[in-house]
Design a protein around this ligand. Structure first.
Ligand code: UDP
Length: 451
């Protein structure tokens, strides 16, 4: 007798088109496919290319649902991804994508075996109405952690109080953290300063996120246990999953770096634990004043370094003055591979969440310079909760004092930084040993299979 095969669960995934959001959700999708789930991925034409590695890995279980990017009067034609316009474009891109509601409903209704659930990026909170209409449960995917999600939830839930308070005491959260208003996530500050209709919609949608059927975070229990537990209490159920860091179990777990990469060869020639890696993510460009100060600080320090300068205006002659000890790289660097190199011990970072996770999985000390978005929350987690970072500067427009910067760099990379370095290594080992993310991944798969 032939036993009919149990059909695989079919779900819909809706990523947000910014690298830092898109890649972790595709990494999660990869893990779900490996565990027997079929996935239809909502994508706009210009972002389809980013799905190629996923489709190649799972040609029979991943189906892109491609829609033309809906136009918006304030968005230049051709812009479909945050990298084309920068973080300030987020409210406009979100507003454009809201127009996909009806096309998605139509697609859904015409499908023979429509998805049983939606996993959506937390920037797409408007999908609550969509899912209500379709009658499917939705899972919020946070490319970041529950600390940030709780800060956003608290701030938007108390936005009127925030208008007249500085600093802000987040009393409900574990440890009641205190933030200056300037250090709250950018979207909260926007809502306080210039609450346009688009921003108000984002606020209202973020407040709906915790009403989702489930919440999936790109974090691990050993990094944010108290915030995961806080969210569990806040939402009143256990469908809260910490499945990260997804970068280490994703489509490119090693963080591709060619063996012949000149930077990797240079690192091979450096003593173990001697190099500071400097990179401010994929978006940020430093001003001339900031570059001058950083360059001077590096010159005054004795530390070896790699500075991913991209198009930063780096002072003339700087590279010659530090030659042998430091390198400036103008292009894209295989960051994860660089951070895992034995020569690298420190990471001067803007504390973007992906950089944070990559630093922790590599066991390097973070020298934090949070600038905007969620970076102050991330830096606080690293410095105050986990003790794996020191803060060297803060603020988007701040110009650090070169002498002080040089001193902190030397201290953190030398004897003075031993304790923090030991904690960073301890955290790396804990994360590697924990395995809780796999437990939560299995729980999530079971949950999706039961729908
Ligand atoms: N990145 C990289 N090479 C570069 C610059 C950035 O591989 O030259 C990667 C980095 O590894 C990380 C991402 O880009 O995965 C940056 O994400 P993050 O959340 O840290 O910052 P954002 O770019 O969103 O501000």
């Amino acid at each position: 007798m032939v036993v009919p095969e149990t059909p695989k669960p079919h779900i819909m995934v809706f990523p947000y088109p910014a690298q830092g959001h898109l890649l972790p959700l595709l990494d999660l999708t990869h893990q779900l496919c490996l565990r027997g789930i079929n996935v239809s991925v909502v994508v706009t034409t210009g972002n389809l290319q980013y799905l190629s590695p996923l489709i190649s890995a799972h040609p029979s279980s991943v189906t892109p649902i491609v829609f033309p990017f809906p136009s918006h009067p304030s968005l230049p034609p051709g812009v479909e991804n945050v990298k084309d316009i920068g973080n300030s474009g987020n409210p406009l891109i979100t507003a454009s994508l809201r127009q996909l509601r009806d096309p998605i409903i139509q697609w859904f209704r015409s499908h023979k075996t429509p998805p049983v659930a939606l996993i959506y990026d937390f920037f797409l909170g408007w999908t609550h109405e969509l899912c209500d209409q379709l009658g499917v449960p939705r899972f919020a995917f946070f490319s970041s952690g529950p600390y940030l999600a709780s800060v956003l939830d608290f701030c938007f839930g108390n936005i009127d109080v925030l208008k007249s308070t500085d600093p802000v005491h987040l009393l409900d959260l574990p440890g009641s953290p205190v933030f200056e208003v300037e250090h709250l996530p950018s979207v909260v500050r926007l809502c306080l300063r210039s609450p346009s209709p688009d921003i108000i919609s984002i606020k209202d949608e973020i407040l709906m996120i915790f009403l989702s059927y489930g919440c999936v975070f790109n974090t691990a229990e050993c990094l944010e246990a108290k915030y995961l537990n806080y969210v569990r209490k806040r939402v009143g159920h256990d469908r809260v999953f910490g499945v990260g860091p997804l970068c280490s179990i994703g489509l490119d777990p090693g963080g591709a770096a060619g063996k012949s990469d000149p930077l990797m060869s240079w690192l091979d020639g450096c003593p173990d634990g001697s190099v500071l890696y400097i990179c401010f993510g994929s978006q940020k460009a430093l001003t001339k004043e900031q570059c001058d100060a950083l360059a001077l600080g590096l010159e005054r320090s004795l530390t070896r370094f790699v500075w991913v300068g991209k198009s930063d205006p780096i002072p003339e002659g700087f590279e010659d003055r530090v030659s042998g000890r430091g390198r400036v790289v103008r292009g894209w660097v295989p960051q994860r591979a660089v951070l895992s190199h034995v020569a690298v011990r420190g990471f001067l970072s803007h504390c973007g969440w992906n950089s944070v996770l990559e630093a922790i999985t590599s066991g390097v000390t973070v020298l934090g310079w949070p600038m905007e978005a969620d970076q102050f929350v991330n830096a606080k987690l690293l410095v105050e909760d986990l003790g794996v970072a020191v803060q060297v500067c803060e603020g988007d427009g701040t110009v650090p004092d070169p002498d002080q910067l040089g001193r902190i760099i030397d201290e953190s990379m030398g004897e003075g930084g031993r304790e923090v370095a030991a904690r960073a290594e301890e955290m790396r080992q804990k994360l590697e040993a924990e395995g809780s993310s796999f437990v939560d991944l299995e729980r999530l798969v079971k949950e999706l299979g039961s729908l």
